[in-house]
Design a protein around this ligand. Structure first.
Ligand SMILES: NC(=O)C1=CN([C@@H]2O[C@H](COP(=O)(O)OP(=O)(O)OC[C@H]3O[C@@H](n4cnc5c(N)ncnc54)[C@H](O)[C@@H]3O)[C@@H](O)[C@H]2O)C=CC1
Ligand SMILES: N[C@@H](CC=O)C(=O)O
Ligand code: NA
Length: 449
């Protein structure tokens, strides 16, 4: 049988990895797919660079539409990124009857509903293993391997750039900006690195995992998103002293409602820095590595670990999708795995809960004037709000004082579980105390047991 012909849109970090791995391992991949898979046409704005990467024998154009218009191409890989031209091209490829493989989590988290509906109507597949946790086959695991389970929660380190920055800050005492530059140079960061450091990229990925885990439509606009830009080196150090590591986690959880508390069923969808007990495996995931823990009612916890970014690790996932599509190309649409794991007519209407309703425990750091009674006032506010304290760490007063010449110190408080809205109110009250000298740092805590 003739090899299936593939068109590649965008041959940058991931595109070049995809081209190279496919060519290098073509014989083995063909034996797995049952048919050869060849990238025969590439579109990139930088034609000269692209031609140099692919060599002679592959057609290179600057206009991606020429690839989509080629009737010999069955699968289009979109590796341009963003939700501008990439969205138009993906929809045009679908309309032209091509299957699509993409690593573009931003596009799917924001426009997935429209894209999957268009693909289903046209009877083509949109595959996106590379879009979540790069080379880790987490989409496959959630959608197929764990299909027997009622998933309870998914939590993961799903942004390599931020995990790399946090590791460098902790281990080498590197400055945030220096560590970010390194991550960019290594090809981990998004074109716009604020997507990484502000948690947006992780939220795109968490949004996709939530849909596959719970059978809800993709709803990026409902995600709570907080990045790592407000984290200080002091918090990383204090967390360590308390037996925790700070990780940026993407979390999605099923919450059983409680009628007596007027709580509805729903799901949590959130990205923010978390204190994780240092003894958990996921707390020891360092550098650009990713890891995702999935809790299913039958299987319990399973952990998926590997490279979530970079040229060839991400290419590994892109090519896995190519192989899947090649195998399923001729199959009836009904036999294929649904895009979001659940059949399109069997999606759930579970709501994404507002952050104010989320229940979790907290780490608080308060910069206070080292005066008698400060701690009593702070703990009094927490007690009044019904928030119980798990541990308190008070450092000795600093020798160097602020402008006021009053000795200052850090007070660190770990709390038990409470509702976020309650904590917000308590923080506002504590912040208003004249003895609390700077903005209070709040980091949520996850036991992940
Ligand atoms: N770099 C990584 O480690 C990972 C990236 N991704 C995703 O993969 C996608 C690609 O990322 P990278 O390869 O890192 O980006 P990149 O910036 O290295 O490559 C993008 C390529 O697209 C080309 N391009 C831009 N506009 C174009 C257009 N209109 N027509 C044709 N070509 C065009 C650029 O010239 C460039 O070569 C993004 O959606 C990204 O979020 C996903 C997982 C990991
Ligand atoms: N910028 C992303 C790349 C992979 O998705 C990351 O750092 O994880
Ligand atoms: Na993946």
């Amino acid at each position: 049988m003739k090899p299936i012909q593939v068109g590649l849109l965008g041959i940058g970090v991931v595109g070049s990895g995809t081209f190279n791995v496919l060519r290098r391992n073509q014989e083995e991949i063909q034996r797995r797919a049952g048919r050869g898979i060849e990238i025969t046409m590439v579109a990139d704005l930088n034609v000269a660079r692209a031609q140099e990467l692919v060599g002679p024998g592959v057609t290179v154009v600057s206009d991606a539409r020429a690839v989509i218009a080629n009737p010999d191409i069955d699968i289009v890989i979109e590796l341009i990124g963003g939700y501008g031209i990439a969205k138009t091209l993906v929809l045009e490829a679908i309309a032209a009857g091509k299957h699509v493989v993409t690593a573009n989590k931003a596009l799917l988290a924001v426009h997935g509903t429209e894209i999957f509906a268009a693909a289903s109507a046209k009877g083509v597949m949109v595959a996106f293993e590379a879009a979540v946790a790069g080379g880790i086959p987490i989409i496959k695991a959630l959608r197929e391997g764990l299909t027997a389970n009622r998933i309870q929660w998914v939590a993961g380190i799903i942004n390599g750039t931020t995990n790399f920055i946090l590791s460098e800050m902790r281990d080498k005492g590197l400055d945030f900006a220096v560590a970010l530059k390194e991550a960019q140079a290594l090809g981990y960061a998004e074109a716009d690195p604020t997507f990484d450091i502000e948690g947006v990229d992780a939220a795109h990925k968490a949004t996709l995992m939530a849909s596959i885990a719970f059978g809800v439509p993709v709803q990026f606009d409902k995600a709570y998103v907080e990045g790592i830009t407000q984290l200080g080196a002091a918090d990383i150090k204090y967390a360590e002293q308390l037996g925790y590591r700070i990780k940026l986690l993407g979390i999605t959880k099923r919450r059983q409602g409680d009628v007596s508390k007027r709580q509805a069923d729903g799901i949590e969808l959130r990205v923010h820095p978390c204190l994780v007990p240092a003894k958990r495996l996921i707390a020891n995931v360092e550098g650009a590595m990713n890891a995702v823990v999935v809790n299913g009612d039958a299987v319990g916890n399973t952990l998926y670990y590997g490279k979530g970014a970079g040229s060839e690790p991400t290419a590994s996932a892109v090519i896995a999708d190519l192989v899947d599509i090649t195998r399923l190309h001729t199959a009836d649409a009904a036999q294929r795995v649904p895009h979001l794991a659940f059949q399109p007519n069997a999606m759930s209407d579970l709501v994404v809960l507002p952050m104010s309703e989320v229940v979790t425990s907290y780490y608080l750091r308060l910069r206070v004037a080292d005066e008698t009674g400060v701690l009593t006032k702070v703990t009094g506010i927490l007690a009044e709000a019904g928030i119980s304290i798990d541990a308190v760490l008070q450092r000795e007063a600093d020798e160097v004082c602020g402008e006021s010449q009053v000795p200052q110190t850090d007070v660190i408080i770990l709390t038990h579980d409470c509702v976020e809205a309650c904590m917000n109110a308590a923080i506002a009250q504590m912040q208003a105390l004249p003895t609390v000298l700077g903005p209070i740092t709040r980091i949520r805590k996850e036991e992940l047991a």
